[in-house]
Write a protein that binds this ligand. Structure first.
Ligand code: HSE
Length: 430
């Protein structure tokens, strides 16, 4: 049986999972796929990490160079995360003729074009199944399974930490701070949770998905982003009373020659399949012109699911499949078309609006008057019984309206004397 030698860089949580799988289950994997993957070297700057699992003598090294300069190693597995030195390691590995497998979504979202261009120049591939959706084979589904389709939209829950927090808020009525603290205690949220709760991690993943789905090069900083760090329990409770569930969605939609790309808390009807995706799970919906609506669901993070995805990539490269798709796909080619991202103000959707108003006759008429002038049509009105002194919340659901009109209306409404706090806006999909 043919043997392909691989080298792993970064023996953290995912690296340890990958090393364990290849060392402990390498024989059965080889029998299954018809090629043996030999983990020739494992590198980590921290020598103590060597103790993470038993490995043959001479395999462990503290120097990534011993992986990326070894002429016998065909596949470099980058699992250190972060931008630097991950970028330099990947570039050197490619220049030295190695294929690269990585789970590093921040790296691909930031330097994707440069890395892909270098890979193509050296006729090597970069595989990154684990960068989005953990163990969910979303990259191969889009790249291979849905290849016959023009993808019209891709959207879903791509961050497990924020989904866990929102689920706690929704099902256990916990305020944001308490749900976040619990996520941290359970090891789901980092001590510095910024990348997850601000939606940044989701924009990285959406940039990767958009490249594959829409054949464009996306600057992730151009993606409209709102995190969950300003979500109130009242948002969730009021939405619930109207039959909606709040989720942090990453949304990509084709709009003629442009694309809508946005990450924000989103209300979905309770009947939408994404509303049932709870806890740390991820789910991604892909709509293609032939396949129609699809949804892929599974664990979006964690050692075992992510290991599953990384090893799938390693096998794909070892079999030569990854090279064929990577070297031919237009979305990785030099100077992929830069995405024309639709301005958020030009997005049209339905809105949930909450106003804090003086509870007296004529208030609703003043607010609906402003909305009417902006041609925003109201679909439902509720006044939850939650008074604070003589102030009361007023919740409106609109029919589809352009964001520009809604923002303009809210600016006017916030100036009304009967409105006593900044109005709340949440977008509705599905
Ligand atoms: N922080 C990410 C999440 C990990 O919570 O989904 C996987 O990218």
């Amino acid at each position: 049986m043919r043997t392909v030698k691989a080298g792993l860089i970064g023996l953290g949580t995912i690296g340890t999972g990958v090393a364990r799988l290849l060392l402990e289950e390498g024989d059965s994997l080889a029998r299954k796929v018809g090629v043996r993957i030999e983990l020739k070297r494992i590198a980590d700057v921290n020598p103590a990490r060597r103790r993470a699992l038993p490995m043959p003598a001479g395999v462990f090294t503290t120097s990534a160079d011993r992986v990326i300069t070894d002429p016998e190693i065909e596949i470099a597995i980058e699992l250190i995360g972060g931008l630097h030195p991950a970028k330099e390691i990947v570039l050197t590995a490619l220049r030295n003729g190695k294929h690269v497998v990585t789970a590093n979504k921040a790296l691909l979202a930031t330097y994707g074009s440069e890395l892909f261009e270098t890979a193509l120049k050296h006729q090597r591939c970069i595989s990154f199944e684990a960068s989005v959706g953990g163990g969910i084979p979303i990259i191969s589904a889009i790249r291979d399974g849905f290849v016959a389709n023009k993808i019209e939209s891709v959207f879903g829950i791509v961050n497990g930490t924020t989904n866990y927090i929102l689920t706690q808020m929704t099902l256990a009525n916990k305020p944001y701070e308490q749900a976040l603290a619990e996520a941290q205690r359970n090891g789901y949220a980092e001590r510095d949770p910024h990348a997850d709760v601000s939606g940044l991690d989701s924009t990285h993943k959406l940039a990767i998905l958009a490249r594959l789905c829409f054949d464009v090069d996306v600057d992730y900083t151009k993606i409209y982003r709102e995190g969950i760090d300003h979500v109130f329990l009242e948002d969730i409770q009021d939405a619930k009373s109207l039959g909606y569930t709040l989720k942090l969605l990453a949304i990509g939609k084709k709009r003629g020659g442009a694309v809508e790309l946005r990450v924000h808390p989103t209300l979905l009807p309770d009947t939408h399949p994404l509303s049932a995706v709870s806890g740390v799970f991820n789910a991604i919906c892909v709509n293609g012109n032939w396949v129609g609506e699809t949804m892929l669901y599974g664990r979006g993070a964690g050692q075992q699911p992510t290991t599953s995805a990384v090893v799938a990539d390693i096998v794909d490269v070892a079999l030569g499949r990854a090279q064929a798709t990577f070297l031919n796909a237009r979305c990785f080619r030099r100077k992929a078309r830069p995405a024309k991202v639709v301005d958020m103000e030009d997005v049209t959707c339905r809105y949930f609006l909450r106003f804090t108003v003086v509870d007296k006759p004529g208030v609703l008429a003043q607010i609906s008057g402003v909305l009417g002038k902006e041609m925003i049509s109201i679909a439902a009105v509720v006044q939850p019984e939650r008074f604070e002194g003589n102030l009361a919340p007023l919740v409106l659901m609109t029919h589809p309206a352009p964001e520009r009109s809604v923002r303009r209306a809210l600016r006017k409404i916030d100036k009304l004397k009967v409105v006593r706090a900044k109005s709340r806006l949440l977008r509705v999909e599905g």
